[in-house]
Design a protein. Structure first.
Length: 269
């Protein structure tokens, strides 16, 4: 274990730079903060470095032991250094540097999930980190096979997305920067039916059969799913609403659709 008390330490500067996508891409690493997220990272991902402030908390002590057993380098830092590293106003006292997994469409393998009809989620130009993290967390909750992020989506490994995913980012593969044609080709080859959310020429979600292998496509916060993706979808879905709102938040819409799919797959007899 190494003790660091200077914000000018080169390792501290390198990790602080991971707040920017350029440095995450160059290094192939990102970071997660907080006891819950770091615990998930140590268990399910490849943690290279773990920074912490001095504490007697039992949970953190056990986490440090587990991380060290798995080969992570441990650094005890003071509050000034943690402030430099952290992406939050109130750092939680523990931060892990993690290798980015080499996820690709080839690694999305139907049949590897416990549910043979586990859905795939395709996101089209989703920009808000909070929405992205929430959708990742929801996908994890319904047992999705994986998530495909098309070109133009926010970086799944940005600190805000990692934080919003609440550890779920480490539970399922997230494929980034995929071209729409590649994603659709993967769907057709593997027997997944593309289904996009849409406002026109769409079927009521609660009257559609989405219990089979589905690839749910959710779109940009302002413009929704691109027209070409809607045209390529075998099914278009709309969520019936009783009020005057014209649409809803993409993360909320994804949650409704994904849990209706789960209900149809698991709870209809």
């Amino acid at each position: 274990m190494e003790v660091i008390t200077s914000v000018n330490n080169q390792r501290v500067k390198d990790v602080a730079n991971l707040k920017q996508k350029k440095y995450r891409t160059e290094s192939g690493t990102f970071f997660a903060e907080g006891l819950r997220a770091v615990t998930e990272a140590v268990q399910f991902a490849a943690v290279t470095d773990l920074f912490f402030t001095k504490t007697d908390e039992t949970g953190l002590i056990e986490l440090l032991k587990a991380a060290e057993v798995k080969g992570a380098r441990l650094y005890q830092v003071d509050e000034k250094v943690m402030d430099k590293l952290s992406d939050t106003k109130t750092p939680q006292g523990v931060l892990a540097v993690i290798k980015m997994p080499e996820n690709s469409l080839r690694q999305l393998r139907p049949g590897t999930a416990s549910d043979n009809n586990a859905p795939v989620i395709i996101l089209d130009r989703v920009q808000d980190p909070g929405n992205m993290g929430t959708i990742i967390r929801t996908a994890d909750a319904v047992g999705a096979l994986g998530i495909i992020l098309l070109e133009g989506c926010v970086d799944a490994y940005s600190p805000k997305v990692v934080r919003a995913s609440m550890g779920s980012l480490f539970h399922l593969p997230v494929v980034q920067n995929a071209r729409a044609e590649e994603a659709l080709t993967w769907c057709y080859r593997n027997g997944y039916e593309p289904a996009s959310t849409a406002m026109k020429a769409a079927v009521n979600l609660y009257k559609a059969d989405i219990s089979k292998k589905m690839a749910f496509i959710f779109g940009n916060e302002a413009g929704g799913v691109a027209e070409e993706l809607q045209a390529a979808s075998e099914t278009r879905l709309f969520i019936p609403m009783a009020g005057l709102a014209e649409s809803m938040n993409v993360a909320m819409a994804a949650g409704i659709v994904l849990f209706e799919g789960l209900r149809q797959r698991k709870f209809i007899r």
